[in-house]
Design a protein around this ligand. Structure first.
Ligand code: BT5
Length: 274
């Protein structure tokens, strides 16, 4: 049996050997098991841990998605990680960090596994229309300014369908399932970190990731149903229409059937037949 076939703890030396970054992933906090990497990363961000610090675990006991949903992963099979940044962005622009990281994950899937990934608005990465990764960006504010962002990434690498809980079996996939063989978590992780730094640097030099992200969104041009999760949305609003475009803050613009346009900042998208 190839050693990749067996779940083994992450080998950080193999990650470091592949890093080409100056600061992203140069500081690594590894835990075999913890509640949520986003929680530990937020705690460290409040204490000004260095930019690009990686918090990574082989198992989470309280992994979460948006609105407190669960993120599920068997031990030692996938990537469960969070990155700390102090971007000079307004809080409304923080979604750009999700874009930078989602694009880096999509690139890494191509580079390391030869798979073509799509992005689903606002924070999913898909392989053949199934969810392979989710991104959870959380903010720290100081007054009206952004103090830090923590970008959590859960990427299904070597989990098999038989190991997936019923909740996600129909909608989720993994790199190994799509590729038909196990893939090195270390190689994928290093490629993600390298890509994140490259893209983050470009953003810091004034280039917005929005255009590239928008071009990679499987959602645009589709007829969709969107359950609105924006903070200012009254409970359980939802919309159906054509997903026309995204704007600089990453909000989705829908064209409703009565011809009006509607801006949705956060939500859940389901494709509709047309
Ligand atoms: C997300 O939320 O997709 C963001 C997930 C971020 C997880 C990472 S893991 C490291 C870091 N630490 C954390 O505690 N979190 C981050 P959302 O769009 O709300 O999607 C959540 C939904 O995805 C769940 O309700 C399930 O339906 C589904 N789901 C759960 N686990 C999954 C998995 N392993 N693969 C695919 N889908 C999953």
């Amino acid at each position: 049996m190839n050693r990749n076939d067996m779940a083994h703890p992450l080998e950080l030396a193999q990650v470091r050997a592949r890093l080409t970054t100056d600061y992203v992933g140069r500081e690594i906090v590894y835990r075999a098991r913890l509640g949520s990497t986003n929680d530990l990363a937020q705690e460290m961000a409040r204490q000004r841990a260095p930019e690009g610090t990686l918090v990574i675990a082989d198992e989470q006991t309280a992994g979460r998605g948006r609105l407190g949903r669960q993120w599920l992963s068997p031990p030692c099979t996938n990537l469960l990680m969070s990155l700390i940044f102090y971007p000079l962005l307004a809080p409304a622009q923080a979604q750009r960090m999700t874009m930078v990281c989602a694009l880096a994950v999509a690139d890494a899937l191509g580079l390391v596994a030869g798979l073509r990934a799509d992005i689903k608005w606002p924070n999913d990465i898909l392989l053949r229309e199934k969810k392979v990764a989710g991104v959870l960006t959380e903010l720290g504010l100081q007054g009206d300014a952004l103090a830090y962002t923590v970008v959590g990434i859960g990427l299904n690498v070597n989990v098999q369908i038989s190991q997936m809980p019923d909740l996600i079996r129909q909608t989720a996939t993994s790199v190994a399932i799509e590729k038909g063989e196990p893939v090195s978590r270390e190689a994928l992780l290093a490629a993600i970190l390298n890509g994140v730094e490259r893209r983050y640097e470009r953003m810091r030099q004034g280039e917005s990731p929005v255009d590239e992200w928008g071009a990679r969104l499987a959602t645009l041009g589709q007829r969709v149903h969107v359950a609105d999760m924006s903070a200012d949305a009254t409970t359980a609003e939802s919309w159906e229409g054509w997903a026309e475009r995204v704007d600089d803050d990453g909000a989705l613009w829908l064209r409703l059937d009565d011809g009006t346009a509607r801006r949705v900042l956060a939500g859940d998208v389901t494709l509709r037949a047309h």
